[in-house]
Design a protein around this ligand. Structure first.
Ligand code: BGC
Length: 888
C-alpha cells in the first residue's frame, strides 16, 4: 500500500492548507456482494456496489446507470440519488450458471451534467442455485475402515472424453471431509482445506472452478483426493472427538463442459465409472498432522492412460442437496511463503528452523534421498530455554508431519489436509541442508483483501500492529477461531465479538463473517442460547451443554452490528436480526424484573492478569456487573437494529434497552460515577457502553484513571475490559494516559510481549513470563487476536481516522497529536474508496494530509476541537505545533 508515497506527493505539490482537485472522474469496476471474485455465486439477485475513485471538486453522484449484459441481451437500469453501496439487484434474477457482465456510469447532481465514461465491467457467474441442478452422485471409498482410529484419505478417479472444441468448462464440487481436485494431472485451483468448516448439518458449501483450460481433446481424467478434515477427523479438547458429523467421507463433483457447437457434457461422480484407491497419505488430521508415504503413490493417477485395473469401485454416499450453499467469501489459500531466518543444527542431526514469524500454514520441502527414508517435521510457536521446541501449549494438537521418500529423484512435498500454528520447525531424518528454495513456510488463511494499514513513529507500536495483522491472518482460516495452534481452533464467539471492529478495518472479512454468522443463527439453541463456539462441538462439562454467557453470546448481536458499521450492510442486519433478537430475548428473561443478569455461569472479564493461571474467570471484576452491562449494550443494539429495519417492535425494544440500563444503574452504581466493582474493566465497560449519565462521566473517568495510576500505569483487564479500556479513557479526557498505557513495556501490557520478541498477539498478557518460561497455565497460546482489538483504537485515535456513520459515509480526521508521537498514518479501503490520514509533527509545524473518498463527508478536527467540513479529494494542512505531552 503506497501510503507514504501518497503523502509525499501531497506534500510536494501542496505545501500548505490546499485542496488538491481530483479532476478526472474514474470509476472502478462494480463489486458484487462481498465477493472478491463473483464466480459461482449463490445469490440470484446479488447486491452491487461501485467506487468512484476520483472526481472533480464538489462532484456528487446524482444518478447512476447500471448496464447488464447477458446472453439475453443488454439491459440498463437507472438509479436516482447518491447511493453506491450494496444496491439491490434491479434486473431479473440470475439463473443457475448464468453469466453476466455488469458496468456502471454516473452523473453529477447538476441538471445538465454529462455522463461519466463506463466503468470497467465485472464478470459475474452464478453457481448451481437449486438442488435440481445437481446430477452427480455422492461417492466415497469402498474399503472397510476402522471408524475408531485415523483413516486413510482416498483417491478417486474417472475418465471421460471431450471430442469437440471446448468453449467453457466448470467443476462444481463439495465433500463431507476435505477434497482437492485434479484434471489431467493438474490441480484445478490453489484453494486448500475446501469446502471449509460450516455447520455441516445445516449448511455445506460447494465451490465452482473454471476448468476450461484443463480439458484436452480426447481422453481426460478427473481425479479427487478425499480426507477427513473437520467432518470426521478429531476436533476439540480433552482428547477431542471423531466422527462428529458422520463416520464416512463423501465427495460430489460435477464437471460441465460446454462445446463451441452448443453441446454440453456432464461428467459427475457416480458409482458406475468411478474407481478408488487408498492415497499415499497414510493419515491426516487437522490436529495430528499428516503422514505421507510417497512409496505408496500412483504415478500419473489423475492422467488419462493410467492403469487403474487394480483400483476398486466406489460406494454410494448421501449428501443432502438442500443444504448446499455457495461461498459468501473468498477461499482458503497459501498467500505468502517465508524462508527460514535462522537454522540450528543439533548434534544428533536434527535441524531447527526459525521463520522469524509465528505463522499458520505448513512446510513445503524439496527432498532428495533414499527410497523409504522418513522425514519428520514437528512444529511449535516457541522454544523452551534449552532451545528445543516447546509443544506443551499445543496440548492434543500434535502437529507432526511425516514424509517417506518414494524414489531417488527430487520430490516436492507439502501436507495437503492439515495446518499448524508455528514459528519453529524441527526437521529430522531429512539428511539435507536447508538452502534457499528447498524449504519454505507456506502461510495459509482465507484470502481476504487487505483493506487497512497503520504506521507511526514508535517501532514498538508498529510491531504490535503487525502482530495484530498476523494474528488475524492465522485465525481467519475459513472461520474466525480463537487460536490456530492447540486443540481448540474453534469459532469462539467472545473472541470475534471483541475483535470484529479491528478485523473489518484490516481486511475485507464481511463475506467470511457473514457466512459464519449464518452458522451462529443455525446453531443457536431453541431458547436463544448462543453456543460458546460455532460450529458447536462437544466441549466437556464446562461448555456442553452450552450456557448463555455474556460477551460470548452477545456476538450474535454485536458482530453483525459491527459489520454494519463498517460495511453498511443492512441486509446482513436483516439476515441476523432473528438470531440477535432471540439472544436478547433470552437474556431479558434471565434478567427478570430486576433487569440484572446475575443468575448465570459467566466468564466475566476472562483472563485478566490477576486471574490465577488455572482459573481465568476469577478476575477482579464482578462477572454479573459485566453480564448486566452486556445485556444493556445488546438490548440497545437490537433496538438500533429494529430501528434500522423499521420493524414495529422498535419502540418496545427501545424501552427494554432503557430498562436494562436502569437495571444496571440501580444495582451497580454506588454513587456519583462510582461502581460497586472498583476495577478498570468495570469502569471501562460502563463508560464505553454509556451506562453512566453524561454528568457522571467525568467522575467515572477520573476513577478509571486513578485505577490505572494505582496499577502503576498498567492495565488490569481481560478479554472484555481490554477492548474498551483506551476508548473509555479517551472519551473521559484521559487520552495521554491511554497512550502511556498503550506504550507501557512491563507486564501486563500490550508492548511487553513485543519486548519479549512476540510476532503475534498472545492469549495471556504473560504467555511467556519475563524469565523466558512459558506460562504454566494449561491454556497458553501465542496467537490469539483478542487483545489485538486495541488496534481499532490506534487507527481511530493515534492516526485519527474515525468513521461516524455506517459504511464510513462520514469520517472524522483528527490527528492524534496527544499521542506524543512524531508521525502516524492510517488508511482504509472504505465502501467508497480509500480514506487516509498521515500527519507528521516537527518542533514547529504539523503537516497533515488526508484523503476523503468521493461520496463521503469528511470533517477535519483541529487540536482546539473545531471541526471543518472536507470535500472529497486530498487535502493538506500545515499548523503550528501545539504544545503537548511526551514525545516518542
Ligand atoms: C479459548 C478462548 C475462549 C475462552 C472462553 C479459551 O480456551 O481459547 O479464546 O474465548 O476459552 O472461555
Amino acid at each position: 500500500m503506497p501510503k507514504s508515497q501518497d503523502a509525499a506527493t501531497d506534500r510536494a505539490h501542496f505545501p500548505t492548507n490546499r485542496t488538491q482537485p481530483l479532476a478526472e472522474l474514474v470509476l472502478r469496476a462494480p463489486t458484487v456482494e462481498h465477493q472478491r471474485a463473483p464466480f459461482g455465486i449463490g445469490e440470484p439477485t446479488p447486491r452491487l456496489s461501485w467506487v468512484i475513485e476520483t472526481a472533480p471538486p464538489q462532484w456528487r453522484q446524482g444518478r447512476a446507470e447500471l448496464e447488464l449484459q447477458t446472453t439475453d441481451g443488454t439491459k440498463t437500469y437507472t438509479i436516482e440519488g447518491e447511493q453506491s453501496v450494496l444496491i439491490e439487484w434491479p434486473f431479473a434474477p440470475l439463473r443457475s450458471r448464468e453469466r453476466a457482465r455488469i458496468r456502471v456510469r454516473v452523473w453529477d447532481i447538476g441538471p445538465n451534467s454529462a455522463a461519466s465514461r463506463w466503468s470497467p465491467a465485472t464478470e459475474i457467474e452464478a453457481g448451481l442455485l437449486t438442488p435440481d441442478d445437481w446430477s452427480a452422485e455422492a461417492i466415497g471409498a469402498s474399503w472397510q475402515e476402522d471408524h475408531e482410529s485415523m483413516r486413510r484419505p482416498a483417491l478417486l478417479r474417472s475418465n471421460f472424453r471431450a471430442d469437440s472444441i471446448v468453449a467453457s468448462a466448470r467443476l462444481y464440487i463439495t465433500a463431507h471431509g476435505l477434497y482437492e481436485a485434479e484434471l489431467n494431472g493438474e490441480p484445478v485451483s490453489s484453494d486448500t482445506l475446501a469446502p471449509g468448516w460450516t455447520s455441516y448439518h445445516n449448511r455445506l458449501r460447494y465451490f465452482t472452478y473454471d476448468v476450461t483450460g484443463h480439458i484436452r481433446s480426447g481422453e481426460n481424467t478427473l481425479g479427487l483426493w478425499l480426507a477427513d478434515g473437520w467432518f470426521r477427523g478429531r476436533l476439540g479438547f480433552h482428547g477431542g472427538h471423531i466422527n462428529l458429523y458422520g463416520d464416512e467421507t463423501a465427495v460430489m463433483a460435477q464437471l460441465e463442459v460446454t462445446f463451441t457447437d452448443g453441446t454440453i457434457l456432464r461428467h459427475g461422480t457416480d458409482t458406475k465409472t468411478w474407481q478408488c484407491a487408498p492415497s499415499p497419505i497414510i493419515s491426516s488430521g487437522l490436529l495430528e498432522g499428516e503422514h505421507h508415504d510417497a512409496q505408496l503413490g500412483f504415478h500419473g493417477w489423475s492422467l488419462p492412460g493410467f492403469d487403474a485395473t487394480a483400483w476398486s469401485s466406489v460406494d454410494p454416499r448421501k449428501i443432502d442437496l438442500s443444504q448446499l450453499v455457495a461461498p459468501d467469501g473468498p477461499p482458503v489459500r497459501c498467500t505468502e511463503e517465508l524462508q527460514p531466518l535462522e537454522i540450528t543444527h543439533k548434534p544428533d542431526g536434527r535441524i531447527i528452523l526459525d521463520f522469524g514469524q509465528n505463522v499458520v500454514g505448513r512446510i513445503r520441502i524439496i527432498a532428495r534421498g533414499q527410497t523409504g527414508q522418513e522425514i519428520t517435521l514437528r512444529h511449535a510457536e516457541v522454544l523452551d530455554r534449552e532451545g528445543e521446541l516447546c509443544t506443551r501449549p499445543l496440548r492434543g494438537a500434535y502437529s507432526v508431519d511425516r514424509y517417506v521418500i518414494g524414489g531417488e529423484a527430487e520430490e516436492i512435498w507439502e501436507p495437503r489436509f492439515t495446518i499448524h500454528g508455528f514459528r519453529y520447525v524441527e526437521i529430522s531424518g531429512w539428511g539435507q541442508r536447508p538452502v534457499t528454495g528447498n524449504v519454505a513456510a507456506r502461510i495459509i488463511h482465507t484470502d481476504m483483501l487487505r483493506t487497512g494499514w497503520f504506521e507511526c513513529s514508535d517501532p514498538l507500536l508498529n510491531r504490535l500492529h503487525e502482530n495484530v495483522v498476523w494474528s488475524m491472518r492465522g485465525n481467519f482460516v475459513d472461520l474466525p477461531t480463537d487460536c490456530p495452534n492447540r486443540d481448540e481452533r474453534l469459532g469462539w464467539t467472545g473472541d470475534i465479538q471483541v475483535f470484529a471492529p479491528t478485523a473489518s478495518f484490516l481486511y475485507d472479512c464481511a463475506g467470511l463473517l457473514s457466512s459464519w454468522l449464518k452458522d451462529v443463527a443455525a446453531e443457536q439453541h431453541q431458547d436463544g442460547t448462543v453456543p460458546w463456539f460455532v460450529p458447536e462441538i462437544p466441549g466437556g462439562e464446562q461448555w456442553t451443554p452450552a450456557r448463555p454467557g455474556a460477551g460470548w453470546g452477545d456476538a450474535a448481536v454485536l458482530v453483525p452490528w459491527s459489520l454494519y458499521q463498517n460495511f453498511a450492510d443492512s441486509g446482513l442486519v436483516q439476515q441476523q436480526y432473528t438470531s440477535a433478537r432471540a439472544w436478547t430475548d433470552l437474556v431479558h428473561r434471565l434478567a427478570g424484573p430486576s433487569h440484572v443478569w446475575d443468575q448465570s455461569y459467566q466468564l466475566g472479564d476472562w483472563l485478566d492478569p490477576s486471574a490465577p493461571p488455572d482459573d481465568p474467570a476469577r478476575g477482579l471484576t464482578d462477572p454479573n456487573l459485566v453480564a448486566t452491562a452486556y445485556y444493556a449494550r445488546s438490548a440497545a443494539t437490537v433496538a438500533d437494529m429494529a430501528r434500522l429495519l423499521n420493524t414495529p417492535e422498535t419502540q418496545k425494544l427501545a424501552e427494554r434497552a432503557e430498562a436494562a440500563r436502569a437495571g444496571f444503574r440501580r444495582r451497580y452504581l454506588t454513587g456519583h460515577g462510582t461502581l460497586s466493582s472498583d476495577s478498570q474493566a468495570a469502569y471501562a465497560i460502563a463508560i464505553a457502553f454509556e451506562l453512566f449519565d453524561a454528568k457522571e462521566m467525568e467522575a467515572a473517568g477520573k476513577r478509571l484513571a486513578e485505577l490505572v495510576h494505582e496499577a502503576d500505569v498498567h492495565l488490569t483487564t481481560g478479554f472484555l475490559g481490554t477492548p474498551v479500556l483506551l476508548d473509555a479513557l479517551t472519551q473521559t479526557g484521559h487520552v495521554e494516559l491511554a497512550m502511556q498505557l498503550l506504550q507501557q513495556r512491563t507486564v501486563p501490557s500490550w508492548i511487553y510481549p513485543v519486548t519479549m520478541g512476540a510476532t503475534t498477539i498472545w492469549e495471556r498478557w504473560d504467555s511467556m513470563l519475563p524469565n523466558g518460561d512459558v506460562n504454566p497455565g494449561d491454556m497458553t497460546s501465542f496467537n490469539h487476536f483478542s487483545f489485538g482489538s486495541v488496534a481499532d483504537w490506534m487507527h481511530r485515535t493515534i492516526a485519527g481516522l474515525r468513521p461516524i456513520a455506517p459504511g464510513w459515509q462520514q469520517i472524522i480526521y483528527r490527528p492524534g497529536l496527544e499521542s506524543g508521537l512524531r508521525h502516524a498514518s492510517a488508511s482504509h479501503e472504505t465502501p467508497y474508496g480509500l480514506a487516509s490520514i498521515n500527519w507528521r509533527r516537527s518542533l514547529k509545524n504539523v503537516d497533515v494530509n488526508v484523503r476523503v473518498p468521493v461520496g463521503v463527508a469528511g470533517f477535519l478536527e483541529r487540536p482546539d476541537g473545531t471541526r471543518e467540513p472536507l470535500t472529497a479529494g486530498r487535502h493538506t494542512f500545515n499548523w503550528p505545533t501545539p504544545v503537548a505531552g511526551h514525545s516518542s
